[in-house]
Design a binder for this molecule. Structure first.
Ligand SMILES: [Zn+2]
Length: 550
């Protein structure tokens, strides 16, 4: 009798909660959890907390009143996390002319003219995505290339890697500072013609001169841009993005959206440089929005430039530009000060470092700032780790750093990277296999909008090291390939770890969040070439659909 009563009581108490439970059933669920790598069913509650994983029959028996979500023959994987992207830039790119994929200056002019027709008279025309390496002449452009078609409308076009920009003469005239003479800014280059006048191309820190001239977007435009970017991201299967460097204004825009329940995915934001956003973190402490969709506890620093524009700091000369070893964009002294400040404030550091000299300077700064605490759970990161000096790999291990790498950079850069680096250094470039095998935690991402935000392209690049057409057959420096499982881990649990979130997301396990992607095909079973065309049927965050394929 007592037992029956207790049973009845349990039923009564449990029923309202049970009614809220969802049981998801699929052909296969890859959990990325080593205790239970595969399942056919997953139960989660109304808040999106995972209650159980197992086979369909036993979960349906355990939760008889549950809402059913049967995805049939589809495969479910944990939500994909891009450990390094730029949502504000991606969003603004939807409001600017996209020059990605253009093969000549003529093609660029055609796109500019089409886009200009949509703008008010005299408004700035901004764009991004040109790459002189893709043009027949393979040389930097000049303002004159734009002036005939656009004598009055100011134009400012960032290179595909964001480390150089191209202005027309109307834009040069708008710069407040006197550009005449032969002076150069720290950490940047104003390219000049034979008579010493700026020729229209600005490299690295020199771009600040133009960026300060372009009118800033207002708050409403910024929020609109962020929403566009996040909706694009979830359509590609992303449930989280580490936003690699935002301003306080951008944090405010995210907070405003989060307050209204308008963040469809989790944003792990980094404060941009040693500036107001880091000071805000130091003054207010590590930040987490109550929704769990927005955090900031990291500062993004910059050691050097990029390889494409020869701004990455190398220990030896560029193989295709003797006498040039690239440049630091932050001095070692400023890097030491910023990392020490972050350490005092308990802030995670993530530093852009591409060249072997940039990486070494970052390692020196980290070693100094962390001191005897390098074994603590700091999870300081190096972003990109593109060209590594072999003797520095053990230092990444000793300092307990996370390597945040972008597989599509390798396949985008492989046509010219070896020319920049020569045959010896290139073996240690984009070397995620060496990094991973040394025991360095690997977080994968895309660096969108430098690359596409689509993580399927990253999985494909990590596993094949081939371009979209399958070249070179067998892959570029194929020893560095990851398996599909390792690549998926980098885009899930690896990225979650880099964001201190592996107990919450990154795998599907009891107590974690029901962030997952429904794929038409099984990414761990399809031929590698099909990884880039996996069909995303739906994306769920906290157990709720944030994208469903039409
Ligand atoms: Zn970046």
């Amino acid at each position: 009798m007592k037992q029956v009563l207790a049973g009845l009581l349990l039923c009564v108490l449990a029923t309202p909660a049970l009614a809220q439970v969802t049981v998801l059933t699929a052909h296969r669920i890859h959990t990325m959890d080593t205790n239970q790598p595969q399942a056919q069913a997953m139960a989660y509650d109304a808040s999106g907390k995972i209650l159980a994983l197992g086979d369909a029959a036993s979960l349906l028996q355990r939760y008889p009143a549950a809402r059913r979500l049967d995805v049939g023959a589809a495969t479910v994987v944990p939500g994909l996390i891009d450990a390094h992207g730029h949502l504000p830039s991606l969003g603004m790119s939807f409001l600017r002319v996209d020059l990605n994929g253009t093969r000549s200056k003529e093609e660029i002019l055609t796109r500019l003219k089409t886009f200009a027709a949509t703008l008010p008279k005299g408004a700035w025309l901004t764009g991004r995505g040109w790459d002189q390496n893709d043009w027949p002449e393979q040389a930097f452009p000049t303002a004159a290339d734009l002036d005939a078609a656009f004598p009055d409308r100011p134009i400012w076009l960032r290179r595909v890697d964001g480390h150089a920009g191209w202005a027309n003469s109307a834009a040069l005239r708008a710069v407040k500072r006197d550009l005449s003479g032969s002076w150069q800014p720290d950490g940047g280059v104003i390219r000049r013609d034979a008579r010493g006048r700026p020729d229209g191309v600005f490299i690295d820190n020199a771009m600040d001169l133009m960026d300060a001239t372009v009118p800033a977007p207002d708050a409403a435009t910024l929020e609109h841009a962020l929403e566009l970017a996040m909706h694009a991201a979830v359509a590609d299967g992303l449930t989280g993005v580490h936003d690699a460097g935002i301003t306080l204004e951008e944090l405010r825009a995210y907070q405003h959206l989060a307050d209204q329940g308008k963040l469809p995915l989790r944003v792990y934001a980094m404060a941009f440089g040693d500036g107001p956003a880091l000071d805000w973190l130091c003054a207010n402490g590590l930040y987490r929005h109550p929704s769990g969709r927005l955090q900031m506890r990291t500062v993004k620093l910059f050691a050097d430039g990029a390889l494409g524009s020869r701004g990455a700091a190398l220990l030896q000369d560029y193989s295709d530009d003797h006498g040039n070893r690239g440049l630091y964009v932050t001095s070692p002294e400023a890097m030491a000060a910023a990392t020490a400040k972050a350490r005092r404030c308990g802030v995670q550091v993530a530093t852009h470092a591409i060249g072997d000299r940039g990486i070494r300077m970052t390692l020196d700064a980290y070693a100094h700032a962390l001191g005897t605490d390098s074994g603590s759970d700091h999870r300081w990161r190096i972003e990109h780790v593109q060209v590594l000096a072999p003797e520095d790999l053990p230092r990444l291990v000793q300092l307990h750093l996370v390597a945040s790498m972008q597989p599509t950079h390798a396949t985008s850069d492989m046509p010219w990277a070896e020319a920049r680096l020569g045959p010896q250094r290139v073996v240690w470039a984009y070397a995620w296999r060496k990094v991973r095998d040394a025991g360095v935690p690997l977080a994968l991402g895309s660096d969108f909008p430098v690359e596409s935000p689509d993580p399927r392209l990253g999985l494909y690049a990590a596993v094949t090291r081939e371009d979209a057409q399958g070249n070179p057959p067998g892959g570029w420096y194929p020893d560095e390939k990851l398996t599909a499982f390792e690549a998926l881990r980098g885009f899930t649990l690896g990225a979650a770890y880099a964001g201190f979130a592996e107990n919450e997301i990154g795998s599907l396990a009891v107590g974690k969040r029901a962030d997952f992607v429904v794929l038409a095909q099984d990414p761990l079973a399809v031929p590698e070439a099909q990884l880039r065309t996996l069909a995303v049927k739906a994306t769920y965050v906290d157990g709720k659909p944030v994208f469903e394929a039409p």
